[in-house]
Design a protein around this ligand. Structure first.
Ligand code: NDP
Length: 486
């Protein structure tokens, strides 16, 4: 386990590690203990300027490197991540507070899959041609890499989401300026070394650390960064859209969610209950896809409430390195306080705290950011608890009477990322899947992902789609060539 206490996180720029030019640093906290365990570069506009110049210089060669060669390097990066699974999982857990077991089984394998998937996908990314019959002309579409792309990612699934953006961008022949969240920079830092070992040419990927408001802002404003792929909060997304629109940058925005988990009486009860525990509290509820609003058909409501609470009370909150931890620590003190403020407001809105609600003191780690998994019964879907993204181990439950009622609750929210449906009725499944306002509808499952499918949200959950060819389309500019012949 990585227990070093003064880890210095430098930028990875032009293939090597560098201090920020201003020598400005930010403290890096360990959520499990609340202690500072290292420092992170706080990069400014000059650092971004320098990295962008490296990326631009690398673009000439990288954009004309054969698909086979790009694919080979991406697959080697995937191998490099897998070879360091244990080390990366421990680093992710220490930086984020999530259980090591979760990082080892989900986050890090998925980061490897992201590179492997796009290493293969790029070999199948074909352009179209259209013969203009009768006019003696043929059109074909070139898919040109954009140039330098900015990738900005959040703290909840650090390496998983960081690589989900970087892999398609470089596979398509772009060079990248990437910024992980300043709250969780550790695995992004290690990725630089893995890329060098895999033979990624210098300048193709530049990993720049620092605050959103300085480093992130400099990425948004740099005129040579032509596209921004962003995952994070809806407010930040709004700011990014406002900043980038007048500069005509291409934008992909994956934002917040307030996802309904809809349970009908005819569901497979045990499967539903087991999955609902996960969809409510995996990663301490800090997944944009978590089903934070649970709606249960009235005849099943009291049974569900009893069984769910019994199961939630049995979830162990512990130090993330402990094998018994089902929940670890929340990511930061400020985030813990934000989540607690929602719980504190619950009674004013008529919410009844059925279980949880309190901070957990873990022996030996008394300053860590631990919180009990919390279930709140609400009276109406219009309360703040059901309308605002809490992004922590807090779910609400509420009964419903009819399909129409629950559809209106599900859709009556500003977000539209995902929805989960538990029923065996195929007609209802089809009706509701068509009508739910969400980018993804899971039926009798949750978070089952096939990387070929389009991923993203509607309404305040974002603009654009990631995944499969959608991501490769975002990372390229189509150019139509029309040839007339005689
Ligand atoms: P934030 O929006 O606070 O931050 C996301 C990233 O943006 C961070 O790297 C942050 O840097 C950076 N940033 C902040 N301000 C700026 C700025 N002015 N210019 C450029 N970059 C900036 O989100 P969180 O990190 O708090 O992540 C949680 C949010 O992410 C939740 O709302 C969640 O729903 C959403 N999310 C959405 C997903 C999806 O696929 N739709 C998936 C996962 C999470 P810094 O950390 O330094 O502030």
């Amino acid at each position: 386990m990585n227990t070093q206490d003064n880890i210095i996180i430098q930028n990875y720029s032009n293939g090597s590690y560098k201090n920020p030019q201003s020598n400005a640093w930010i403290d890096n906290y360990e959520p499990a203990s609340g202690k500072v365990y290292g420092k992170i570069a706080n990069s400014n506009a000059q650092d971004i300027q320098e990295a962008t110049a490296f990326a631009k210089a690398a673009f000439t060669t990288w954009s004309t490197t054969t698909i086979d060669e790009r694919s080979r390097i991406l697959l080697k990066i995937a191998d490099g991540i897998e070879n360091r699974l244990q080390e990366l999982a421990e680093a992710e857990s220490r930086d984020n507070g999530k259980p090591v077991s979760l990082a080892k089984n989900v986050d890090i394998p998925r980061a490897a899959s992201n590179f492997r998937f796009f290493g293969h996908a790029i070999t199948q990314f074909a352009s179209e041609s259209h013969e203009s019959v009768g006019l003696q002309a043929i059109n074909f579409t070139l898919r040109k890499p954009i140039g330098v792309v900015g990738c900005i990612s959040p703290w909840n699934l650090p390496l998983y989401l960081f690589t989900w953006k970087i892999a398609p961008a470089i596979a398509a022949g772009n060079c990248v300026i990437a910024k992980p969240s300043e709250v969780t920079p550790m695995t992004a830092f290690l990725l630089g070394e893995i890329c060098t070992e895999a033979g990624l040419p210098p300048g193709v990927l530049n990993i720049m650390h620092g605050l959103g408001t300085t480093t992130g802002q400099a990425i948004l404003e740099h005129p040579e960064i032509k596209a921004i792929s962003f995952t994070g909060g809806t407010k930040t997304g709004e700011h990014i859209a406002r900043t980038c629109a007048p500069k005509f940058k291409k934008l992909s925005l994956e934002l917040g969610g307030k996802n309904p988990n809809i349970i009908f009486t005819d569901c497979d009860y045990d499967l539903m209950l087991n999955t609902t525990i996960r969809s409510s509290f995996a990663n301490q509820g800090q997944i944009c896809l978590c089903g934070s609003r649970i709606f249960v058909e009235r005849p099943l409501y009291e049974k569900f409430k009893k069984d769910f609470i019994t199961r939630v009370k049995g979830l162990t909150v512990a130090h993330p390195a402990s094998a018994k931890a089902k929940l670890g620590a929340l990511v930061s003190k400020s985030h813990l306080e934000k989540v607690q403020s929602y719980i504190a407001q619950a009674p004013e809105e008529g919410g009844i705290i059925l279980c949880g609600g309190n901070q957990v003191i873990v022996e030996g780690y008394e300053n860590g950011y631990y919180l009990e998994p919390t279930v709140i019964e609400v009276q109406s879907n219009s309360c703040k608890l059901n309308q605002e993204e809490i992004f922590g181990p807090v779910v609400t439950i509420m009964p419903f009477d009819t399909e129409e009622d629950v559809l209106s609750y599900a859709n009556d929210v500003t977000y539209g990322l995902s929805a989960t449906l538990w029923t065996k009725d195929i007609d209802r499944t089809m009706r509701m899947s068509n009508t739910l306002q969400a980018g993804i509808v899971w039926v009798n499952t949750w978070m089952m992902r096939d990387l070929r499918t389009p991923f993203g949200g509607v309404k305040a959950s974002g603009v654009g789609r990631e995944g499969g060819f959608e991501a490769l389309r975002f990372c390229t500019e189509p150019k139509n060539v029309c040839i007339k012949y005689t």
